[in-house]
Design a protein around this ligand. Sequence first.
Ligand SMILES: C[S@@+](CC[C@H](N)C(=O)[O-])C[C@H]1O[C@@H](n2cnc3c(N)ncnc32)[C@H](O)[C@@H]1O
Length: 280
Amino acid sequence: MVKYQEDSNDDLEKLEIELLLQGLYAWCGYDFKNYAYNSIRRRIWYRVHAEKLSSITALLEKILHEPACLQRLIGDFSINVTEMFRDPLFFLHFREKVVPLLRTYPSIKIWHAGCASGEEVYSMAMLLKEEGLYEKTKIYATDMNAEVLKKAKSGLFPLENMRKYTSNYLNAGGKKAFSDYYHVTNNGVKFHSYLTENVVFAQHNLVTDHSFNEFHVILCRNVLIYFNKPLQEKVHSLFYESLGMFGILGLGDKETINFTNMEDSYETISRSQKLYKKVK
Ligand SMILES: C[S@@+](CC[C@H](N)C(=O)[O-])C[C@H]1O[C@@H](n2cnc3c(N)ncnc32)[C@H](O)[C@@H]1O
């Protein structure tokens, strides 16, 4: 059957994207096949142009033969935007509504899934320290991207971000001077190493890796928005399996447990701040 030019262009683009994602998966195990299509499509075209190529198929060839290009594409797919005390009200509600529950446990395990360069993890460590809970807590901070985890471990962050982070910290109910947590170096701001004493940073892929522990809290904020609906459902099942009874799930501003297959298993703790408690 002869196709109209426009239709066949669309179909061809879809096919090329499918082949690229399949090739990427077969070649290095990264599975982006169920990421939100339009966002992945935009990022692929960005990379095609940045590499001065003329087609998605040419990009497939390049990622198979040039490891550095492969890394650049994975970097494009892993959007690492983050900040300390991002959405300060989330941390305020966590302090007010979740901390009292955590106080009742002899020890606490928290998983930050998709922690990027770690700003969220350092924020949580400060909050728990101020609430007297940090010493009995183990934090597992994971991301699929090894490069951002290196940054997270270093504890070094740009000085120019501190003004914004200080304001976030205060709006999140911070109890000290934010600057007590870091000192300024020639390479930026270095956060005190006690903030990572109880933190394990590790590579973990939510699409291809399994549950690895049982947690009291799982935060996965601003990650699921990049997945399509079936993949979101799959990852919600992973979180459900990985949470103990009455465990807390914290999602990002634009994410929700509502309208997922897990909705009935959670009670809402803060509707506006996307905090949920597993109840069955
Ligand atoms: C926008 S950042 C969110 C950082 C932090 N949670 C926050 O809300 O500020 C999204 C992170 O999710 C990670 N990510 C994307 N897909 C992932 C996957 N399949 N498994 C683990 N991490 C993933 C990315 O590498 C990126 O660091």
